[in-house]
Design a protein around this ligand. Structure first.
Ligand SMILES: Cc1ncc(COP(=O)(O)O)c(C=O)c1O
Length: 454
């Protein structure tokens, strides 16, 4: 796919310089904390992703409520990043916070099941169609367990993923395609994983290649999002999901649908909305209103394998490795129940999706007015703008239209004007609290930015 833009490198570099200087002037408190943190935290943050913002250093957080976030220098932001989806239903959502406060006072982790767990599983059954459910502490972990179950069930080792994917920091998925060849992602070769043994990678939407890759019958599972969201957005072509399900069934390959991001589609996700039939289903990040948690669902056949694999051997216990001490704790379950019951409602999604449409209209108008060959796309409450005229068909195509400097310049320009986008690409999420005014603030800043660049 051709890189299409009417913006020259010089104006991007100048904008980056100007905005970096403005950022440094405006954020002395964050800077002081960043400098202090260098002596105790790797890269000045408790987790390196937090130092991936386009600014010279991250803003340090003070507090957040709804769709607004404040930093230690006293700036208030309209937050379209929303914790990179973890806070998709709004910061400090009172409906969830109230239940969390009550549960903390009555025990948070006890290594015992409770009624909330059953309520949650029954609710998930109805939404997503799979009969059996388990808990994990993150989507990465849930994907790990789904892969493990697939391997146990099929006796095969390989996982098939699509170029441009991200499913968490799972060793066997850290590959990409280079001219049709699988290569480790930069620096990942240092992990000493034998990808030839563990992994196959092909392009999304490529049915012929999928047929070829699964034909030898050596792939345990295909791990995918229903549409790709981590390399910009790559929609599924008509017929792709039908073909994917058909080929995986024919070759005895399990299908894992990772809806951690596409839960933006509706309260039933893409799977429930479009009637997909995965063998395993993963949902993390926002499911517990910001408390670390993930759920994974499975068919009765997969559940039977798990039941046998984890069964007690008389009175001796096997350490066979699903979940973890804090997975499915009662605090998390209360937070998930509150989120499902009071927040992931049709009413909230109606608002989130209609606000997202406003966001799309605002960006599309700027693109149109300045005649820049970009496009904006949406999956429910999630919006993405990309530097190509039309949506890419594959992750490979999506990678070719990325322009990191331009993206950084736009993000930093917006950040300096009180608008936060997720740092990893141009994605904006709408929460139940996001308002038309919030969207207008983005549209105005985006217009000003493009005016300066174009
Ligand atoms: C689709 C998808 N799955 C899984 C994950 C991993 O989530 P976590 O980092 O919360 O484990 C991510 C993270 O961005 C994701 O985008």
């Amino acid at each position: 796919m051709e890189k299409l833009h009417l913006i020259n490198e010089k104006s991007v570099a100048e904008m980056l310089d100007r905005e970096e200087a403005a950022f440094i002037r405006a954020n002395p408190e964050s800077r002081a904390l960043y400098e202090r943190a260098q002596h105790s935290l790797v890269r000045g943050a408790p987790m390196h992703w937090m130092d991936n913002w386009p600014s010279p250093y991250p803003i340090y957080f003070d507090k957040a409520k709804g769709a607004r976030l404040k930093d230690v220098d006293g700036h208030e932001y309209v937050d379209f990043c929303l914790g990179d989806t973890g806070a998709m239903f709004g910061h400090g959502n009172e409906d969830v916070a109230e239940d969390i406060r009550e549960q903390v006072g009555n025990g948070s982790t006890v290594m015992l099941p409770n009624e909330d767990a059953i309520w949650v599983a029954e609710n998930l059954q109805q939404r997503f169609g799979l009969p059996y459910w388990q808990l994990a502490t993150s989507a990465t972990d849930a994907n790990r367990f789904a892969i493990r179950l697939s391997r146990i069930m099929t006796g095969r080792e390989k996982v098939l993923v699509f170029n441009g994917k991200y499913h968490g920091s799972l060793d066997e998925t850290q590959v990409s395609l280079d001219k049709g060849r699988m290569i480790p992602q930069p620096r990942i070769s240092q992990n000493a994983v034998d990808f030839e043994r563990t992994t196959k990678i092909i392009e999304f939407n490529d049915v012929e290649e999928l047929e070829r890759a699964l034909a030898p019958g050596d792939v345990a599972c295909v791990l995918t999002e229903p549409i790709m969201t981590n390399v910009g957005m790559v929609p599924a072509k008509p017929g792709f999901h039908e073909a994917l399900r058909d080929i995986t069934r024919r070759t005895g390959t399990l299908l894992i649908m990772d809806e951690t991001h596409t839960i933006s589609t509706s309260p039933r996700g893409y799977t429930g909305t479009y009637g997909l039939e995965p063998d395993l289903f993963v949902l993390g990040k926002a499911i517990a209103g910001g408390i670390p948690a993930a759920v994974y669902g499975m068919t009765a056949e997969v559940a039977e394998v798990m039941r046998r694999y984890t069964q007690k051997d008389g009175y001796s216990i096997s350490h066979c490795g699903f979940g973890g001490t804090l997975a499915g704790n009662v605090l998390t379950l209360r937070a998930i129940r509150a989120t499902l019951e009071k927040v992931m409602t049709d009413e909230n999604y109606e608002h989130m999706c209609s606000i997202a449409k406003e966001f799309v209209q605002g960006v599309a108008a700027v693109i149109q007015d300045y005649q820049i060959p970009w496009h904006v796309t949406r999956i429910g409450a999630r919006v993405e703008y990309m530097f190509s005229k039309t949506a890419p068909a594959t992750g490979g195509e999506a990678k070719t239209v990325r322009m990191p400097e331009l993206e950084a310049a736009i993000h930093l320009f917006l950040l300096n004007r009180g608008v936060l986008l997720t740092p990893f690409h141009s994605m904006a999420l709408m929460s139940p609290y996001t308002s038309v005014d919030d969207v207008n603030r983005h549209t105005e800043a985006f217009r000003e930015c493009i005016e300066k660049l174009a």
